[in-house]
Write a protein that binds this ligand. Structure first.
Ligand code: CO
Length: 298
């Protein structure tokens, strides 16, 4: 990638990795998810960075995209499996990383297997490596522990501005023999489950991203539109961020988002849940593909 500032990306990556360890230590039973998310996002901001996307705290059968609501009263359960997915950003440089915290009797082997699948996958990375070979390794590791990889979630390329760029890195051998290119930035993210290995959309919807700039009609939607453009740009944002920027006017913000969705200005990212209710764990790192291996960024 021409003019791509790898050093800058690595600086962002170091902060993401630190934020992820901080996040792991911030999780404890009975704590409110909204407090945990706010603490993590504040940590990233205090280091002088923005968020690649709202902190995701997805629990048990939720695989991804649970971010707390504005006044979320949900707490960490005594026995639960919590995926923390986050990323620091500086200007157009994005990172993406995740870990799982198992509270109480939450199945720690599931996370062990996910972390192992991630390490095994990373050990295969080099320029020219085919993405389905990485997927095959992830599946092999999952199966060796008695779990299944989630087939309709996977890793991805990371471009400037873009969290999910061009390449898809499957969590099983999907037959895609696209080769990794030297110098490309990718995130590998095995999601392992005790279920059948498929996610579907659930009801919780709190993450959105601007995808078009058609001017909405109503006053509240115009206000939201201008906040989204100036504060969140085309990066994913949380409803709670928008409500805060609209002075806590929750009803107005929700009405505005409904209108923006309706005219196609926003893409919604609803929570993704395992189809059969299986528990899900996830591990993820961002890395740079090199000629013979890779450099881990987060
Ligand atoms: Co990712």
């Amino acid at each position: 990638m021409m003019n791509f500032d790898y050093e800058k990306l690595k600086t962002v990556g170091r902060t993401s990795a630190k934020a992820l360890s901080y996040a792991q230590s911030a999780i404890s039973p009975d704590k409110k998810l909204s407090d945990i998310a706010a603490d993590i996002e504040k940590y990233i901001e205090e280091q002088g960075f923005s968020q690649s996307f709202p902190v995701n705290l997805s629990i048990d059968n939720e695989a991804a995209h649970y971010t707390p609501t504005f006044n979320d009263q949900r707490t960490v359960g005594k026995d639960s499996v919590i995926k923390i997915d986050l990323g620091a950003r500086k200007d157009t440089y994005l990172t993406d990383c995740a870990a799982t915290v198992c509270v109480g009797s939450g199945d720690n082997r599931l996370y062990e297997a996910s972390a192992k699948a991630l390490n095994n996958a990373i050990s295969l990375v080099r320029s020219g490596r085919k993405v389905n070979e990485i997927g095959r390794e992830i599946e092999k590791t999952a199966v060796s522990y008695g779990f299944k990889p989630i087939r309709n979630l996977g890793g991805h390329g990371i471009g400037e501005h873009e969290l999910h760029a061009d390449i898809f890195i499957p969590n099983f051998d999907n037959g895609d023999n696209t080769a990794l290119a030297e110098g490309s930035v990718i995130a590998i993210e095995p999601f392992l489950t005790t279920g059948i290995g498929q996610v579907i959309e659930g009801d919780h919807l709190q993450i959105f991203q601007a995808i078009s700039d058609r001017m909405p009609r109503s006053l509240e939607a115009r206000e939201a539109f201008s906040i989204i453009n100036s504060e969140f740009s085309t990066y994913p944002f949380a409803m709670r961020w928008l409500i805060k920027s609209m002075g806590g006017a929750e009803f107005r913000a929700r009405k505005a988002v409904a209108e923006l969705l309706q005219i196609g200005d926003l893409e919604p990212f609803p929570v993704l849940v395992e189809k059969t209710g299986g528990i899900v764990a996830q591990a993820e790192k961002t890395l740079i593909v090199t000629k013979d291996s890779c450099e881990i960024v987060t």
